[in-house]
Design a protein around this ligand. Structure first.
Ligand SMILES: [Zn+2]
Length: 342
């Protein structure tokens, strides 16, 4: 079980980064992995927050691919960095997380949006890994989430994060299915924690609709908590099931369309129907939040979605409802029509 040692969530906490680092480790050579824009916006604040005896290095990443991971690893070696701080959205955090893991260097996560649960999870999503899903790495030793910064990100990211959280409903259901039918290990506590993070979003969907800014903190905490659930399980099982496979299949079939959490949200509606869950209730929660519930909202055609449903179970052997029902082209189309996601 691998968990963060400290989590700091609050307004204007970025200026406490130096203090936070001191609290979680004794690193004196810190490498910040981020993008150009964030360095420009927050670089000075970070430099001012660090203690006098700390040396700071920067590495700018553009894509979550192995070219960037290797470049960061080289920089870690050259500068003898003993702490990596990944600051940004998925790309910066994933590259920082994997390069830190491969260099056996501790890592702190500083998310600047609330789009997905990779903030605190031990998994990194790297595009050209040959696997459309996540690669095992390690959990951050600390998470610092500045609500002021996260609130200023486009609202679409926040809604995507809500989709990634609602997805835990079908992810856990798939995990239970694998326990019941394949005798797979199932962790009650990790599953409950993941479900709790989905439940907070579903219960608050009305409030999120009318005052999304007031709910940013809850969503960030739920995303961290979901990542911690994966850390407890030692597997992405509590967070990622057939709805994630559908999203990963769309990454292959319709690259660049829709955000991760948006596609997982739509996938959750489909998989909930297959699991005989209240798919309409989940759809209505996503609608209230303003997350997409229809393919056309993310520019995906019915044909692409059918192909994704057929490809999804082939991406990973891990047993889910898609492996059980083994959809045909006709039944995939019927599912799309019946759930009204067209
Ligand atoms: Zn996800």
């Amino acid at each position: 079980m691998e968990l963060p040692r400290a989590i700091l969530v609050g307004r204007n906490v970025l200026e406490k980064l130096g203090e936070f680092i001191e609290k979680v480790c004794d690193a004196k050579r810190v490498l910040i992995v981020t993008d150009e824009k964030l360095k420009e916006l927050y670089g000075k604040k970070i430099e001012e927050s660090l203690k006098m005896n700390t040396v700071l290095f920067w590495e700018i990443v553009m894509n979550a691919d192995f070219v960037n991971v290797r470049r960061v690893e080289t920089k870690i070696k050259e500068e003898k960095a003993n702490l990596i701080v990944g600051m940004g959205g998925g790309t910066c955090i994933d590259v920082a997380k994997l390069s830190a893991y491969e260099s056996k260097t501790p890592f702190i996560s500083v998310p600047t949006n609330a789009a997905h649960d990779g903030i605190a999870s031990p998994f990194a999503s790297i595009k050209d890994s040959g696997k459309p899903y996540s690669i095992v790495s390690s959990s951050p030793i600390g998470v610092l989430a500045d609500i002021e910064i996260i609130s200023s990100a486009p609202i679409r990211y926040f809604r995507s994060g809500c989709g990634d959280l609602i997805a835990k409903v079908t992810a856990v259901k798939d995990w239970q299915l694998a326990r019941d039918e394949k005798g797979e290990y199932y962790g009650e506590y990790a599953a409950s924690l993941a479900l709790l993070s989905a439940d907070v979003i579903i219960r608050n969907s009305e409030k999120i609709k009318f005052a999304p800014k007031e709910k940013v903190r809850d969503v960030v905490e739920a995303l961290i908590s979901a990542g911690v659930a994966a850390g407890i399980a030692g597997s992405s099982r509590p967070c990622s099931g057939s709805e994630h496979l559908f999203s990963h299949a769309l990454d292959v079939i319709a690259p660049g369309k829709g955000l991760h959490g948006e596609k997982c949200g739509i996938g959750t509606i489909l998989m909930a129907k297959l699991h005989n869950l209240d798919y309409e209730g989940l759809k209505s929660a996503l609608e209230k939040i303003g997350a997409p519930t229809r393919l056309r909202e993310v520019g995906i055609s019915r044909e692409e979605a059918i192909n994704a449903l057929l490809l999804a179970p082939k991406l990973r052997e891990r047993y889910t409802i898609l492996h059980k029902v083994n959809l045909s082209r006709d039944s995939a189309q019927k599912l799309i029509v019946e759930t009204g996601i067209d």
